[in-house]
Design a protein. Structure first.
Length: 350
């Protein structure tokens, strides 16, 4: 058991999940400006360079395949410290054009026995202008993804406008974009996953991208709850619009296989479930999309990665890269290095 699992996590888990999340982001933001701290973290959490781990995906070179999913660093306040902890890339957001407070609290819940979380945060963030100010302070070469969404008050028929605003504002400051239409915590947002509105949205963003001096990769984040027919549509849409790839998957609205009573889960209420209970379905979606598309585009695999084996299974299923979120909260920074060591060991045995 790591120091994080035996000492740090028990202390953190004594506090309300959102309170400790805010505290952690504030603390990492503060430490980023303390001389020597980032260098120490780079040394302590360093992932040993190895050609087996290196990836070139949608035109970007990654030192290894493990990144951080959106949702932790919502306002791009701690991305450099998170990079110093070992992540090859950090996805910031989801960010909306205007600030919004999100859904009423409490809205983040731990299911410790299942190494899972339920959240209904609702895209709480300080708005894209605040994120740009933070990204302008960037000093390191950690790869940054910008996860963009729409404001809650924006009618669904005007959603494309919000995504274009986010894209244009972040264009100079991120290395790739993620279009988030799959979060279950924004009213009606998942309607944008339907074939016609999704195609129109992505085509508009691709037009905005084509007008820039240099095109940046645009990815689509999809839900694990899509049917095979809907996944077929996603494959078709990616081919038609020419976006760079997809991220599979977001959180799920399902509550299958949990250790807690039905009454307790119902008392928590709505929200997206992440963590170990999502591992299997996320990998199934990756494998299906990869096989259906014949590997025509890259997939970033995320959802229920809490062990090195989980990450490796997603890579074997067709993912080019993987992202952590809930697994990082439960297992700490050492999970990044463990995954990379596991990948190297597996490759050496082949």
């Amino acid at each position: 058991m790591s120091f994080y699992s035996s000492v740090v996590r028990p202390i953190l888990f004594r506090f309300d999940p959102e309170t400790i999340h805010t505290f952690t982001m504030n603390w990492l933001s503060f430490l980023n400006d303390v001389p020597g701290v980032r260098s120490f973290c780079n040394w302590h959490f360093n992932v040993k360079s190895n050609p087996v781990l290196e990836r070139e995906v949608f035109g970007l070179k990654f030192p290894h395949p493990v990144g951080l999913a959106a949702g932790l660093d919502k306002d791009a306040r701690a991305f450099e410290m998170l990079g110093a902890m070992g992540f090859a890339f950090v996805e910031v957001g989801t960010v909306t054009p205007r600030p919004q407070i999100g859904n009423p609290k409490p809205r983040l819940f731990r299911l410790v026995k299942d190494k899972a979380l339920i959240n209904r945060m609702g895209f709480n963030n300080n708005g894209v202008e605040s994120m740009v100010k933070n990204l302008k302070k960037r000093h390191t070469n950690v790869i940054i993804g910008g996860n963009i969404g729409k404001n809650e008050v924006t009618p669904i028929e005007d959603a494309t406008r919000d995504y274009v605003l986010g894209f244009n504002a972040l264009y100079e400051y991120v290395d790739y974009f993620v279009v988030n239409v799959s979060c279950p915590n924004q009213q009606n947002l998942r309607e944008l996953q339907d074939k016609e509105p999704l195609t129109n949205l992505l085509e508009t963003l691709c037009e905005a991208n084509a007008a820039k001096p240099r095109q940046k990769p645009i990815l689509l984040k999809i839900a694990p709850d899509l049917t095979n027919e809907q996944l077929d549509d996603i494959v078709e849409i990616v081919g038609k619009t020419g976006i760079a790839g997809i991220i599979a998957t977001n959180t799920t609205t399902k509550r299958d296989g949990l250790s807690y009573s039905k009454e307790y889960i119902e008392s928590i209420g709505n929200g997206g479930l992440s963590g170990a209970p999502e591992t299997k379905r996320s990998t199934e979606v990756i494998r299906y999309v990869h096989e259906k598309s014949k590997g025509a585009f890259p997939i970033i695999g995320v959802g229920g990665i809490v062990t090195p084996e989980d990450a490796y299974e997603k890579l074997q299923a067709g993912a080019s890269l993987v992202q952590l979120y809930t697994g990082f909260i439960y297992e700490g920074p050492s999970l990044i290095r463990k995954i990379c060591k596991y990948i190297v060991a597996k490759q050496e045995k082949m």
